[in-house]
Design a protein around this ligand. Structure first.
Ligand SMILES: Nc1ncnc2c1ncn2[C@@H]1O[C@H](COP(=O)(O)OP(=O)(O)OP(=O)(O)O)[C@@H](O)[C@H]1O
Ligand SMILES: [Mg+2]
Length: 253
């Protein structure tokens, strides 16, 4: 089982959109995939039609941290073949407090461990923060994909992430930035795409364009390639998926 996280310290940059589309593409390619909505905002859960309200299966942060919830009990189907979901819960707002209180005895790696027999891929959609949870995500993941809007502020959040990673001694070779929300009419976007800063060592090929089709996911509650399969956004997510499911960056899924 491989684990891919979508993370950026910066909010609203397309983490959830990418996590949702990549998980759906992985499932479609026949890989049993689990998408875990770690963000209490619950956007992934919304896209896949599970708002969690009143569902006893939705994981409570405190119980997970104390080891009182078997992870298998929190999984719900999405209705898409090969794709299951762990929905978000508002209690994840306090997960860092729980992790601080109950130590590191029961970590994200322990929660995920029993799933190896059922899933080939776990996709983690993360909230925008550099927290204890983020540190655990970085440790357990095989890849951390970081969507970056081509602006100087985004690069600043990349530097802050790099400092955090160095401080926590996480292997920085796991981190793969990719351009997102690209508007080629903007000079700065074109400039950064054509001459990416050297510190973006493992920049993924291609980019996710700024596209209203991505915004429509919220209305239609489907991955982009379902309702606009030939759109630039669908093609871009497909290229992103292909670039780590095949070729030199392959995860050997
Ligand atoms: N490529 C894109 N083109 C246009 N709109 C986009 C694109 N990607 C994401 N969006 C829109 O931008 C908003 C934020 O996207 P998304 O929720 O994926 O970001 P996020 O990084 O997960 O945000 P948060 O940090 O709040 O979790 C959403 O309304 C989404 O529809
Ligand atoms: Mg999000």
């Amino acid at each position: 089982m491989k684990i891919i996280a979508f993370h950026n310290l910066k909010g609203g940059v397309g983490k959830t959109a990418a996590a949702s589309n990549i998980a759906a593409l992985a499932a479609e390619s026949g890989i049993p995939t689990l998408l875990w909505d770690l963000d209490p905002q619950g956007a992934v859960s919304w896209y896949f039609g599970n708002t969690g309200d009143g569902d006893a299966r939705v994981p409570k942060a405190g119980k997970l941290v104390k080891g009182k919830t078997p992870i298998g009990k929190t999984i719900v189907p999405t209705g898409i073949d090969n794709l299951d979901l762990i929905p978000a819960d508002v209690s994840f707002r306090n997960i860092d407090l729980q992790l601080e209180k109950h130590g590191d005895r029961n970590t994200l790696a322990d929660w995920l461990e029993p799933l190896g027999e059922d899933y080939g891929l776990v996709v983690l959609d993360c909230p925008p923060s550099l927290s204890r949870l983020a540190e655990q995500v970085f440790r357990v993941s095989d890849r951390v994909l970081v969507p970056l809007v081509p602006t100087w502020l985004s690069l600043n959040s990349w530097h802050q992430m790099q400092a955090f990673i160095a401080d926590k001694k996480v292997d920085r070779r796991k981190f793969y930035p990719f351009w997102t929300m690209v508007d080629r009419r903007k000079r700065l976007h074109r400039q950064l795409l054509e001459q990416p800063p050297k510190e973006l060592e493992q920049l993924m090929p291609g980019y996710i364009p700024y596209a209203s089709d991505v915004e429509r996911m919220g209305e239609l509650r489907q991955p982009v390639h379902w309702f606009a399969p030939r759109s630039p956004a669908a093609l871009a997510y497909r290229l992103l998926w292909r670039s780590f499911s095949k070729g030199k960056r392959s995860l050997n899924l």
